[in-house]
Design a protein around this ligand. Structure first.
Ligand SMILES: Cc1cc2nc3c(=O)[nH]c(=O)nc-3n(C[C@H](O)[C@H](O)[C@H](O)COP(=O)(O)OP(=O)(O)OC[C@H]3O[C@@H](n4cnc5c(N)ncnc54)[C@H](O)[C@@H]3O)c2cc1C
Length: 479
């Protein structure tokens, strides 16, 4: 016995004996590399940066087959080892940061494309999303929805930690029916088992932050590849850009894949675009089918705007500028943070039906501290919009006052400054997630500490957890 601690400093163990269990499976124990594999983009939040700065795992395992993945999970079970599943590490609420030390399973060697069908693709969960899209392009297809981080993010990480992205304007969120028809998920048990989730049941695992099983394989819907023109338009001010977004967004025949509007003050952060965009006008980003470009231009101009940039995929690459979607979703925050480390962000659902007057009021009220940026998307066949504003951060107290002001104006908040799944998901309690955590992770080893509710329900049988309701959350309702 040679008990000692490793990088996390949290687990005393005969680590040599533990490592010996892995046999042929690649493992990493060099502290610098383990530390790197314990990070994601939580540093977007000054609050999470403080909370998570010293949270690390101890050993990284890199399984390269279904059997090796099963073996890693068997070892974790046998040694009662906390275990975090990691894809590309682009999550932005510290989802993949180990709170209790232990094993990190890096999924990126499990990256095989298993099958490309007429309307679907089946892939191992560690496949990088851009590689999946590239493989589909060769078949004249593409993914309906993908995150702006597609060059690094994995399929399993997107399903485990993401919510939507490029394509949600046209096809809805990742959870919309049909986008992910099937998942194969491995349990963390004495003998890990594969479970199949179909159709709506994929939501049992979707956005569960890797707490209730390990996605091994995903079947994803595909759609015909489109000849996209990447466009940026500009408008005199933010309310005018938002109103244009509402009218352009209402025209479903346009077939656009992306529709974002941004406060004029973002332009100074978009240095990679140089003088291609004006520096003093609110912006609109979109991806429009080539045959609908004239219609898009007409809509922009009739809404008081001008089309400033229109490049197809080849022209975008030749111009050596980032793709237009790298100025959308949470890439917008990244562009701002590259220039100014003092800013942070929020995720704010605009009240429905969308109302430009509400946006105008908030824009004026919070003008000095908040740079608005809305992503339009389709939800239940209607138009929705999520604001991912950049915030000029002063104190935590002021950040939460700003959140309160948004709430007072009917907005929903998915708080990216909380390292728990309920906070990040608008205080939702997902009892199905938790019931399946009980079934697939009976020793509570997967991504421990990331659910506020789990400690309150973990001793109940899975069937009882599944039947809990929001009312059961009232203080004292659950023992
Ligand atoms: C600049 C930037 C832009 C972003 N844009 C978007 C966007 O457009 N849309 C969006 O939804 N998100 C976005 N995000 C968040 C993030 O990029 C996505 O959620 C991404 O898809 C995560 O993939 P990943 O492989 O990096 O996952 P990771 O960060 O590695 O993991 C995310 C979560 O999923 C779990 N997980 C990973 N793999 C598995 C698996 N195989 N089985 C079970 N659980 C697993 C992890 O434990 C973790 O809890 C953005 C983040 C940044 C920093």
């Amino acid at each position: 016995m040679n008990d000692s601690t490793l990088t996390s400093g949290k687990i005393k163990l005969d680590w040599d004996a533990f490592k010996a269990e892995f046999g042929d499976i690649e493992i990493i124990d060099k502290p610098a590399r383990v530390k790197k594999s314990s990070r994601d983009f939580f540093w977007y939040s000054p609050i999470l940066e403080r909370q998570l700065e010293d949270a690390y795992g101890d050993i990284v395992a890199r399984p390269a087959s279904q059997e090796q993945l099963g073996e890693c999970l068997r070892i974790a079970y046998a040694w009662d080892m906390p275990c975090v599943i990691r894809g590309g590490g682009t999550g932005n609420y510290g989802q993949a940061v180990p709170l209790d030390g232990g094993l990190i399973i890096d999924m990126t060697r499990l990256d095989r494309i298993v099958e490309i069908g007429d309307d679907h693709i089946r892939v191992e969960a560690g496949a990088v999303i851009a590689d999946v899209n590239r493989a589909l392009h060769r078949h004249g297809r593409e993914l309906p929805v993908f995150p702006s981080t597609q060059n690094i993010a994995t399929v399993g990480g997107f399903i485990g930690g993401g919510s939507g992205g490029i394509g949600s304007f046209r096809h809805g969120p990742l959870a919309a029916p049909g986008i992910v028809p099937r998942l194969k998920v491995m349990s963390l048990e004495e003998s890990p088992q594969l479970h199949v989730f179909d159709d709506a049941d994929i939501n049992i695992v979707h956005h569960a932050w890797g707490m209730n099983g390990v996605i091994y394989e995903a079947t994803l819907q595909t759609v015909p590849r489109c000849d996209w023109i990447n466009v940026i338009a500009s408008f005199a001010d933010y309310p005018t850009a938002f109103a244009a977004g509402m009218s352009i967004g209402g025209d479903r025949s346009l077939g656009a894949k992306l529709l974002s509007v941004l406060d004029a003050r973002f332009a100074v952060y978009f240095t990679a675009l140089g003088e291609r965009i004006p520096c003093d006008r609110a912006l609109m980003n979109s991806m429009v089918p080539r045959e609908r470009l004239d219609r898009f231009r007409d809509l922009v101009e009739s809404s008081g705007g001008s089309l400033d940039l229109a490049l197809d995929e080849a022209e975008t690459a030749a111009a050596e500028i980032p793709h237009v979607f790298e100025f959308s979703y949470n890439h917008t925050t990244l562009q701002a943070l590259k220039a100014d480390k003092s800013v942070t962000y929020l995720q704010v659902g605009a009240p429905l039906p969308l109302d430009v007057e509400n946006i105008k009021t908030l824009h004026e009220l919070l003008h000095d501290e908040v740079l608005m940026h809305h992503e339009f998307s389709v939800r239940d066949d209607g138009l929705a919009a999520w604001d991912i504003p950049v915030i000029r951060y002063t104190t935590e107290a002021r950040l939460y006052e700003i959140i309160d002001i948004f709430r007072q104006h009917g907005c929903a908040i998915a708080d990216p400054h909380q390292n728990n799944v309920e906070g990040g998901g608008m205080k939702n309690a997902n009892f199905k997630h938790l019931a399946w955590k009980k079934r697939l992770d009976p020793k509570d080893l997967l991504n421990s500490g990331k659910s506020l509710l789990w400690p309150r329900v973990k001793d109940l049988p899975a069937e009882q957890i599944e039947n809990l309701t929001r009312a059961d959350l009232e203080p004292g309702a659950i023992a």
